[in-house]
Ligand binder design. Structure first.
Ligand SMILES: [Zn+2]
Length: 176
């Protein structure tokens, strides 16, 4: 039987959590060091669930104007944000940029947390779906004319759809 702690809509698999990370996180929230794993997980989960993502507002490098919702184009002058590099690391940047405020990695809770208002929930399959969506968005970069080497970008768009590239994207995005 799985050792699952349920708090509201959030389910924490206590066998999957990183105990050291969880205890360190809980102590930063004021939980005493001798508290049980359940109490520590509960405190971290409550904190995670009640933290609303900060609104994201990037700035245009050219005119300082606000970027659009996708962080792709300046809402004021229309200038394109430069495309990230055609590498796994570039894809991690793409993932973070597209999913700021709705996906974040929490080792203490055992993985990817996805914000589906009004709360965060551990949801690995949703994180993978966001990674697929991010990989497909590279075709959007091609259409917008982002980047200065369309051929390389086209090849990268195809390569980014492999299972290996999707996992690399998610793995490198964990530390952002
Ligand atoms: Zn601008």
């Amino acid at each position: 039987m799985k050792n699952v702690l349920k708090i509201g809509a959030l389910q924490i698999d206590l066998d999957a959590v990183n105990e050291d990370a969880l205890e360190a996180h809980a102590q930063r929230l004021g939980v005493p060091p001798d508290a049980s794993l359940n109490d520590a997980a509960g405190a971290v989960a409550k904190h995670t669930m009640t933290t609303t993502p900060a609104p994201v507002q990037g700035e245009c490098e050219k005119c300082g104007g606000p970027l659009d919702e996708r962080q792709e184009r300046c809402a004021l002058c229309g200038d394109l944000v430069p495309a990230p590099e055609c590498t796994d690391l570039g894809n991690a940047d793409r993932f973070v940029r597209r999913n700021l405020g709705r996906a974040r990695y929490c080792a203490a809770l055992g993985g990817w947390m996805i914000y589906c208002g009004p709360r965060w929930a551990a949801d690995e399959p949703a994180a993978v779906r966001l990674a697929k969506d991010t990989a497909r968005s590279i075709y959007g970069e091609l259409e917008r004319g982002a980047g200065d080497d369309p051929e390389a970008l086209g090849k990268h768009a195809i390569k980014s759809q492999s299972a290996h590239a999707l996992m690399a994207m998610l793995q490198l995005a964990q530390s952002e």
